[in-house]
Design a protein around this ligand. Structure first.
Ligand code: E4P
Length: 223
């Protein structure tokens, strides 16, 4: 089994927050959903502009969710969004419902990268792989909020996906701490999306910054 490159995403629709992290070569892209858009005051009309700004800031892929729940509505909505981007730039996020899987399968067959989101059960991750999705997104923090052992469930999803022969990656969302991030790396998940706040925690280690300050002081003293 060959290891796929790991994809790290930023989970935010707030441009000011995104700009504190981007551009950065470790970031593969930006994920959004209607809740994040609402929080950031982004409308459906201004969404393409935000996503294009993310691409200009170095995101290789951006993800936006459909606003419909029936198969035909999801397909129409996805095609409207896709029309604004080059092939492969926009990943269409679709909740992993019966209709969502039907619409997503059609998009995947046409070569469109799809993320099935709100994945709460192992078999949904397996369906995502079976139907050729790019990503399946379980929510670690929310699983644990509901009393489920989120890491154990995600481990099972990862096993199913890794043994499916598909190139589908888990894209774990609702990741709220450095400890959770490291546990997910231990499980070998292919992708994680993090809020900008966690980006700071992961990339700005106090001890490293302290050491750098010491080196800079000594470098200055060298003249
Ligand atoms: C996922 O799409 C959500 O944006 C996010 O990961 C949820 O995180 P939270 O459960 O910490 O709010």
């Amino acid at each position: 089994m060959t290891m796929q490159a790991f994809h790290l995403y930023l989970d935010s629709a707030d441009l000011a927050d995104l700009q504190t992290c981007l551009p950065h070569p470790a970031i593969h892209g930006v994920t959004t959903n209607p809740t994040l858009l609402r929080r950031a005051g982004i409308t459906r009309a201004t969404l393409p502009k935000l996503l294009h700004t993310c691409l200009k800031l170095g995101a290789r892929q951006v993800q936006a969710q459909v606003h419909a729940s029936d198969t035909d509505g999801i397909l129409a909505d996805a095609r409207t969004l896709l029309a604004e981007f080059n092939p492969g730039q926009l990943v269409v996020k679709i909740p992993a419902t019966r209709d969502g899987l039907r619409a997503g399968a059609e998009l995947s067959t046409a070569g469109v990268p799809v993320t099935y989101t709100a994945v709460y059960a192992a078999e949904q991750a397996h369906f995502a792989a079976q139907l050729g999705a790019a990503y399946a997104a379980p929510y670690l923090g929310r699983l644990e909020d509901s009393g489920v052992d989120g890491l154990a469930l995600i481990e099972q999803m990862q096993w199913l996906i890794a043994n499916s022969g598909a190139t589908t990656r888990l894209l774990v969302a609702s990741v709220r701490s450095r400890a959770a991030y490291l546990s997910l790396l231990d499980l070998g998940v292919g992708s994680i999306t993090i809020p900008p706040k966690l980006f700071t925690e992961l990339f700005d280690h106090t001890a490293t910054l302290d050491a750098e300050r010491g080196f800079l002081a000594d470098a200055a003293a060298l003249g």
